[in-house]
Design a protein around this ligand. Structure first.
Ligand SMILES: Cc1cc2nc3c(=O)[nH]c(=O)nc-3n(C[C@H](O)[C@H](O)[C@H](O)COP(=O)(O)OP(=O)(O)OC[C@H]3O[C@@H](n4cnc5c(N)ncnc54)[C@H](O)[C@@H]3O)c2cc1C
Length: 370
């Protein structure tokens, strides 16, 4: 355990907390990560690991900016994390095929703006691109060949190892009950154990729980839990080759033959139960998109709580009037893809560096409670 007060304390050992911790460690700060449960076992574990928003042109520019920046950062980040002792997160450029998506004008305009390669495919071309796909009643689709994926639970494990190698203190099983301040300055944390923990600077990266942590501090941040359920099939490797997105359901192939099918969007509070209705719905979608999945067993069914924000733009920045408190949260459906750039953006602010992109869209300040 660190004997002196670390330069920065982070609440939340999900991908956002860990990626932020890594940036700060690389800048020479001492960092402590406090996690209520196990490291990387909440939304960051439950997610699909697609390194692109779904139908990315539907998102506002601040989301696209972070997604594009993160996509560029990922290969080198994963290489560095592996060199620091983390394992292989299996970055794989599967491509994202969206059969039946006719939003060609919007896709074209977005792709041109961000320099993204996209293709409009006919039914025959789609069948060649993804032979595993069923005969959906669609005439065309949009393909983003450069979209990659990672195995997000492996990424979390790898980041944990990297943080330890870089000298972080990681405290699992450590729940923060409240953030304390003396007037306009952070003073410390009250833990569930009753301990008062002094801290110099704090990053709140508590995922879906961030809103609850910040509300007593005069910030009404609209971060709410949005449940997502997923199924995991065990298939023969190569059964599915592409990430396939049809309407609001998707199929993600892992290298070892596992196939994820997701996901629901449910506003049911902090409830992580799975439901039979969702299982039936996801199974039907799975076999409609890839009929061969009917031949393989469902190995797991789980639910996770996304840190929902109104339009998917995360909150990245400092508390408007209590100095020493920073926020990196609300990444909703895209925390894996937005994570690396979000972490750089937050670390830059904490370190007092000039911003590389305008920060206003991510600023939590407009949610001060009146
Ligand atoms: C079904 C599903 C599919 C998804 N698919 C994708 C995808 O394909 N691509 C993509 O980019 N994103 C995807 N996401 C979204 C992505 O997983 C999240 O946006 C991201 O993981 C959020 O990371 P986080 O670190 O903010 O939250 P979390 O991973 O939830 O981490 C927050 C951590 O903070 C801890 N914590 C909270 N309160 C306290 C406290 N008081 N004291 C101590 N610790 C605390 C929690 O225990 C938790 O471990 C998906 C999510 C789900 C649920």
């Amino acid at each position: 355990m660190m004997s002196r007060i670390p330069d920065c304390t982070i609440i939340g050992g999900g991908l956002i907390g860990m990626l932020t911790a890594r940036e700060l460690l690389l800048a020479g700060l001492s960092v402590q990560v406090l996690e209520r449960g196990e490291i990387g076992r909440e939304s960051s574990w439950a997610g699909g690991g697609i390194l692109s928003p779904l139908y990315p042109w539907r998102y506002p520019d601040p989301v696209s900016e972070l997604a594009q920046a993160s996509q560029r950062l990922y290969p080198a980040l994963l290489e560095a994390v592996q060199a620091e002792g983390g394992g292989d997160a299996q970055w794989t450029q599967s491509g994202l095929l969206m059969p039946g998506c006719g939003e060609v004008a919007a896709a074209h305009e977005w792709a041109a703006r961000y320099g993204v390669t996209y293709e409009c495919l006919s039914a025959d071309e789609m069948a060649r691109c993804a032979p595993e796909m069923g005969t959906l009643a669609v005439e065309s689709g949009i393909f983003l060949p450069e979209v990659a994926q990672v195995r997000n639970p492996r990424l979390a494990q790898a980041l944990r190892a990297s943080l330890l190698a870089l000298g972080a203190e990681i405290r699992p099983g450590c729940e923060v009950m409240s953030i304390e301040h003396a007037r306009d300055r952070l003073s410390g944390l009250r833990l569930a154990s009753g301990e008062h923990l002094a801290c110099k600077q704090l990053v709140v990266a508590g995922g879906a729980w961030s809103g609850e942590l910040l509300r007593p501090l005069g910030l009404d941040l609209p971060v709410e839990p949005v449940r997502g359920q997923m199924l995991l099939y065990r298939t023969a490797p190569g059964t599915v080759q592409r990430i396939l997105l049809y309407k609001d359901r998707y199929v993600i192939p892992r290298r070892d033959g596992h196939v994820l099918v997701g996901s629901t969007l449910e506003r049911v509070g902090f409830n992580k139960q799975t439901t039979e209705t969702a299982r039936v719905d996801l199974e039907a979608a799975a076999t409609e998109i890839v009929p061969a999945l009917a031949n393989f067993p469902v190995e797991m069914h789980w639910a996770g709580l996304r840190p929902g924000s109104p339009d998917g733009t995360p909150f990245i920045g400092k508390h408007p009037y209590i100095s020493g408190i920073y926020i990196n949260s609300g990444h909703y459906r895209n925390g894996v893809v937005l994570g690396p750039a979000s972490a750089q953006l937050l670390a830059g602010q904490l370190l007092g560096q000039p911003a590389l992109i305008p920060l206003t869209a991510y600023d939590p300040a407009k949610y001060v409670k009146m």
